[in-house]
Design a protein around this ligand. Structure first.
Ligand code: F0G
Length: 353
């Protein structure tokens, strides 16, 4: 057991300093890079596409990378409670790490607009769950103000330790591929993750652990695309509830990441998200949540423009959350199971093989 994997803080201690006895980990990180040959074939033959399976983190999303570090630092600072606003995944992750460390956890979520799996996680881990008659942006404004008292630690991505932890995703990609990819694609909601990806790639580049930097391609849902539109969206709407955000906290950092990397931030419709969501599940065998599929929806969209990608290029997509987080959307768009009698005759009748 001497060298068994113990999570990102132990894997990257030089970037995530914290005293040993304060570390709160659930062995997050070290997620697989799964090749997606059918996606590459459809997009541009000769490219190599990898899916970074962040749904395989302990609570089923990339949030665990930031949460292990933010909660460890809160613990180190002697905090007794953490608070966050969330479209679901941050609350699930905060609740789990709080449970592990013995901190009190308060989460504010938009009423009725949270995927069932995520809500069940926050409840099961014993968080105090408050449903706000408002959206994520209202909840974030409230927790920011509430945490100013200093009595609770805010663990949304405005907490700098969150984004420092999330940078490890980029480190893992370069460590595994031996170089940065040509493109890295991710969904954009509160815009923390695109900021963290860029921070991670820049760190490695400056330290000469990679020779190049990727172009970042970020995708918002069309009904919640403030960065693309250039103005706050008062009533964001999308079935990808994880990214149903109208006023992202890291808006300016996301624009910087896009500009510096010479990438782009664009939007995809809910129909395009659903097509990619089904493609990934049915063609590549990987079930992610709708917000995560915005990456592939975006790739489909831009590849329709002439020769966007070229043979030989390497593209990494961050699939941010697991499909089981949101069973409702999956069931809604899939054919219903057939109900049959428990008879061989009927079985033979329905299966024509
Ligand atoms: N994908 C998933 C599955 C998410 O849960 C989120 C954000 C994002 C993408 C977007 O990442 O906000 O860093 O741009 N979820 C947050 C939450 C807002 O509360 O769980 P971002």
């Amino acid at each position: 057991m001497a060298n068994h994997y113990q999570g990102i803080i132990k894997a990257y201690p030089q970037y995530l300093p914290v005293q040993e006895k304060s570390i709160v980990s659930l062995c997050e990180g070290a997620t697989p890079l799964l090749e997606a040959p059918k996606l590459a074939e459809r997009l541009c033959p000769g490219t190599t596409i990898y899916l970074k399976l962040e749904g395989l983190n302990p609570t089923g999303s990339f949030k665990d990378r930031g949460m292990t570090y933010a909660v460890s630092k809160a613990h180190e600072a002697g905090s007794k409670a953490i608070i966050c606003a969330s479209t679901g995944n941050t609350s699930a992750s905060a609740a789990a790490y709080a449970a592990r460390s013995g901190l009190r956890c308060i989460v504010l979520i938009p009423d009725g607009k949270i995927a069932l799996g995520k809500l069940s996680q926050a409840m099961m881990h014993g968080a105090e769950v408050l449903q706000i008659k408002g959206n994520f942006d209202d909840a974030l404004r409230m927790v920011k103000e509430f945490s100013q008292s200093g009595k609770v630690t805010l663990v949304n991505s405005v907490n700098p330790f969150r984004l420092i932890g999330q940078r490890t995703l980029a480190y893992e990609v370069v460590d595994e591929l031996g170089e940065a990819p040509d493109y890295h694609v991710m969904p954009v909601g509160n815009a923390g993750n695109i900021t963290a990806h860029w921070g991670g790639y820049k760190t490695y580049f400056e330290e000469k652990k990679s020779k190049k930097l990727p172009k970042l391609l970020g995708f918002q849902a069309a009904g919640a695309a403030p960065i693309v539109l250039g103005h706050v969206v008062e009533n964001p709407e999308t079935l990808a509830t994880a990214i149903r955000i109208g006023n992202p906290a890291s808006w300016q950092y996301a624009l910087e990441a896009q500009r510096e990397s010479q990438g782009l931030i664009d939007s995809v419709t809910d129909e395009e998200i659903l097509e990619a969501y089904q493609f990934l599940a049915r063609e590549e065998g990987y079930f992610c949540e709708p917000a995560s599929a915005a990456t592939v929806a975006g790739l489909f969209k831009i590849s329709r423009q002439n020769n966007f990608f070229k043979a030989g290029e390497v593209i990494v997509c961050t699939l941010t959350g697991h499909g089981l987080k949101d069973p409702d959307n999956a069931i809604k768009i899939s054919p219903k199971p057939k109900l049959i009698n428990a008879s061989m005759q009927e079985l033979e009748k329905v299966i024509s093989i």
